[in-house]
Design a protein around this ligand. Structure first.
Ligand SMILES: C[S@@+](CC[C@H](N)C(=O)[O-])C[C@H]1O[C@@H](n2cnc3c(N)ncnc32)[C@H](O)[C@@H]1O
Length: 251
């Protein structure tokens, strides 16, 4: 950090101490409004503004923008697993605020294992529950309706990633997109992945790597083939660095 940056930080914190609270809140709201207008077509800039690691630490936002631009001005429903901030009830929600700005008519839903309802806003709805609790997830969908976009940025435990996909993908609207973030955990023992055996059949990467074959299931004959009930609704699957994107519609 150079001298100029240090002076700016000092100036900011001394202003914060002196200004009345309503002025600070008003200034924040104004900043938020301008970010929404200036960066609204650039998801990476919005990610940077809201400090979510979907851009920076990871490089997800250009891929998201490519797949999601068709929804930009639609009244979509987006469901993200994982609000962020873990047990801290007032921390997190960074990506939810980014999505809210990118989709000006969309409703943003999110679930977290911890109570995060302090972070709710107009068009941001948060529910507490686990990504592997089938009863919770189906009653949630009953309440909110079928999502157009689902993003798994939750526990990243391999078994959870697979289970959430099997529960939630059937509820995704046709034409919709399902994303799984942080797939590097497929190679991490702490997340139920495998750091030494790349062919371990229980990892999330190996589960999703079977999908390109499943898309062609009308072209092979195998007596012991175990079909996933919804595999004919997978239109395409895309593997990126630490990210998988799956599109839904009849294949
Ligand atoms: C990486 S953070 C999410 C970050 C956020 N999506 C963003 O981009 O700003 C992961 C969140 O998932 C939550 N989580 C962990 N296990 C979960 C589970 N089984 N079900 C739902 N949420 C879970 C954690 O509490 C944490 O807040």
């Amino acid at each position: 950090m150079d001298k100029g940056q240090r002076t700016l930080i000092k100036l900011k914190s001394s202003c914060k101490e002196r200004l009345p609270h309503f002025v600070i809140v008003g200034f924040r709201k104004l900043k938020d409004l301008f970010a929404g207008i200036i960066f609204q077509f650039n998801l990476s800039k919005l990610a940077k503004f809201y400090a979510t690691d979907k851009w920076g630490r990871h490089s997800y936002t250009p891929h998201y923008q490519f797949f999601l631009r068709k929804f930009k001005f639609k009244r979509i429903k987006l469901l993200e697993i994982g609000v962020g901030g873990y047990e801290k009830s007032d921390k997190g929600g960074k990506s939810l605020r980014m999505w809210k700005k990118y989709f000006p008519f969309g409703h943003i839903y999110s679930i977290d294992i911890y109570d995060k309802n302090k972070l709710e806003q107009n068009r941001i709805h948060i529910f507490q529950g686990s990504q592997i609790d089938e009863e919770f997830l189906s009653s949630l969908i009953n309440k909110i309706g079928r999502p157009d976009i689902i993003i798994d940025d939750g526990s990243h435990i391999n078994e959870h990633v697979i289970k959430s996909f099997e529960i939630l993908f059937p509820y995704l609207n046709p034409g919709g997109m399902y994303a799984i973030e942080d797939t590097e955990t497929s190679y991490m023992d702490a997340y139920g992945g495998d750091s030494v055996n790349i062919d371990n059949p229980n990892t999330s990467m190996n589960y999703f790597k079977s999908i390109p074959d499943r898309i062609n299931n009308d072209r092979f004959e195998m007596d012991d083939y175990q079909k996933i009930s919804f595999e004919d609704d997978i239109r395409s699957i895309h593997f990126f660095h630490e990210l998988i994107i799956i599109e839904k519609s009849s294949n």
